[in-house]
Ligand binder design. Structure first.
Ligand code: FAD
Ligand code: SF4
Length: 565
């Protein structure tokens, strides 16, 4: 491939415009840097792309999905609940973006390739990590130690939450620190019933609170509060939930220092051995397939955990024959995702004169209680539960009994209150779970594709089994009947929290990045997406990626001002 050189040198180049790329663009432009954002996918705009208010009867398949097209073009993406008839356009074409895995090691890599990345479809659950997480590797002797502790990231959580807008309830829990919360959304009567029933019943202090989420409950930074229409994964024209498109990119654009280039597939990073610096990026235009180079003083990789590692693995040089910034040999290693799907559902007595109002875009949360205050035998780390209380009704309409008037009546009547706990557990870092460049396969633009090696270990499976048991115990303690437990067998990747492929650490011999997301090997190269994670915690990770991104931008600009970069 021949790459044509572009003359201009930017202060900063950011790869990717999703949750972390959008945040980096905001921070770097606000701090005065002329910033180029390279985004592989198409441009998007709220006015043209958001479809949250499109009704099922306006769709060809009435919301039941175009199953033929999905089986053909999105055989992996269709496994994601959010890739429905409305939102499938926000998910990649699996044939254009291929990767491989061994038959007995399926990995479901769920991706978006467009301006905004997965920030458009994410479920917006946002929980801080605590020192229970940052100290876990060192205490358990698993992986390597995090190079930071909670007190170092806490001000950056404050900083990003103040911009993003997080609704939530302060609970004063050591394992799940409170944030800068907007007013919390309300629990419904079934959830309040279970919350009250749990109080004082369990020695491990199980409790239930409302989910903490990046959805506004009041006007915030010029964005309107949520009007509870429900299907956020299709966009939000009132910009009430946080996404790059709704929040960070407009701020970056307003500085006048942002150049956002869609259709820019990054092939690799250019490294200059003489100066020991990354000097730019090799790019392929997604529409014309022309190749060109762009130059910058600092490079931020924010293309998502596996894509950023792929870019570095594809950036081989004489010094870095196994991939740029990979003197440790850890690049691509320690791939993690949360294990999900252990839990239980039950029917709750009473409250039949109550219903809920609107479609709350949020659920309940049960913070981790295993291995918190005392050691739980059988596994390391823990899990938290998401879920909700709900009344069976219209959603199950097609299965309602009766015919004609009876059927219509059945559609309009409510079933009993139910409540479902759905567990998300921590995944341990391990060198044996990794990505590498497939020796043959290339994507539509000729960029070498990934081969993924990941299966769940016994610790992750034990967490799910335990989650089913403890969920049932909590339902029982709340007087629920017809309790059904479940332990799902989801492929890794499907939780869509993949991380760890360029981990942070104290020692350059065993980690790729230092405490500031800066490459140990190449000082002006930063990776601030999920690739940087040293362990996985059990909570949703994106707010931590954002806090680390903002912190890394601050550090990089200070280093530039000092003349070190
Ligand atoms: C349905 C769903 C629900 C989720 N729910 C939650 C949740 O509740 N809480 C939570 O914390 N997380 C959630 N997530 C995960 C969350 O979306 C990701 O953690 C987050 O988006 C990661 O941010 P990122 O910037 O690393 O990657 P992304 O947001 O995926 O953005 C990466 C961007 O980089 C671009 N890119 C990739 N490769 C290249 C290349 N070679 N050249 C140029 N550009 C490139 C992509 O096109 C994309 O725009 C969810 C995800 C999905 C899909
Ligand atoms: S439920 Fe709220 S956040 Fe979600 S799309 Fe509707 S208005 Fe936006």
């Amino acid at each position: 491939m021949t790459f044509i050189a572009e003359r201009k040198t930017y202060d900063a180049i950011v790869v990717g415009s999703g949750i972390t790329g959008g945040y980096a663009a905001k921070e770097l432009t606000e701090k005065g840097l002329e910033t180029l954002v390279l985004e592989a996918g198409r441009p998007t705009s709220p006015e043209q792309d958001y479809v949250e208010h499109v009704q099922p009867w306006e769709l060809r398949f009435r919301g039941l999905r175009n199953r033929g097209r999905q089986s053909r073009d999105q055989p992996i993406q269709k496994n994601c609940y959010a890739c429905d008839e409305w939102s499938s356009k926000f998910f990649v074409n699996d044939h254009e973006n291929p990767y491989t895995f061994d038959e007995d090691e399926p990995f479901h890599w769920i991706r978006g390739r467009h301006v905004g990345g997965r920030s458009i479809m994410w479920a917006r659950q946002t929980y801080r990590w605590s020192d229970l997480d940052f100290e876990a590797n060192a205490k358990d002797g698993v992986g390597v130690d995090w190079p930071i502790r909670y007190e170092e990231i806490a001000p950056w959580y404050d900083y990003v939450e103040t911009f993003v807008g997080i609704s939530g309830q302060a609970e004063n829990l050591a394992q799940l620190p409170d944030g800068k919360f907007l007013p919390a959304m309300e629990l419904n009567c079934a959830e309040r019933h279970v919350r009250d029933s749990l109080k004082g019943k369990f020695a491990d202090a199980r409790m239930l609170t409302i989910g903490r989420c990046a959805v506004l409950t009041e006007e915030h930074n010029g964005r309107a509060p949520c009007h509870y229409c429900g299907p956020c994964r299709r966009g939000c024209i009132t910009r009430s939930y946080f996404s790059s498109l709704n929040a960070t990119l407009p701020v970056a654009r307003a500085t006048g220092r942002l150049t956002l280039r869609p259709y820019s597939v990054v092939h690799s990073v250019i490294y200059d051995e003489g100066s020991d610096r990354a000097t730019g990026i090799r790019v392929i235009d997604a529409e014309t397939h022309e190749s060109f180079e762009v130059y910058g003083r600092v490079i931020f990789l924010c293309a998502s955990a596996m894509e950023s590692a792929r870019i570095l693995l594809n950036s081989k040089t004489a010094r870095f024959s196994e991939g740029l910034a990979n003197s440790s040999g850890e690049l691509g290693r320690n791939l993690m995702d949360h294990v999900m799907g252990g839990g239980a559902e039950g029917t709750l007595p009473g409250h039949e004169d109550e219903t809920d109002n609107g479609r709350r875009p949020n659920g309940l949360y049960v913070p981790r209680f295993r291995n918190v205050k005392s050691r739980t035998p059988g596994f390391l780390r823990g899990y938290g539960f998401q879920g909700s209380g709900f009344r069976e009704r219209w959603q199950n309409g097609l299965e309602a009994p009766g015919f004609g008037a009876d059927f219509k009546h059945a559609l309009r009547s409510y079933g009993p209150w139910k409540l479902r706990f759905y567990g998300f557990g921590e995944c341990l870092p391990s060198r044996g779970r990794y990505i590498e460049i497939d020796p043959e396969l290339k994507d539509k633009w000729g960029v070498p594709a990934l081969r993924v090696h990941m299966t769940w270990g016994e610790n992750e499976r034990a967490l799910l089994r335990d989650a089913a048991k403890t969920a049932a115990e909590m339902l029982e303690a709340s007087g629920a009947t017809e309790i059904e437990t479940f332990v799902e067998d989801n492929a890794p990747g499907l939780t869509i929290h993949e991380m760890g492929t360029a981990r942070m650490g104290r020692d350059p011999k065993t980690s790729v990045l230092n405490a500031h997301n800066q490459s140990h090997d190449v000082p002006n190269l930063f990776v601030t997406d999920g690739a940087c994670m040293t362990s996985s915690s059990c909570v949703n990770p994106s707010i931590t990626y954002m806090a680390l991104t903002a912190r890394a931008c601050d550090y990089a600009v200070k280093q530039m001002d000092l003349g070190h970069l």
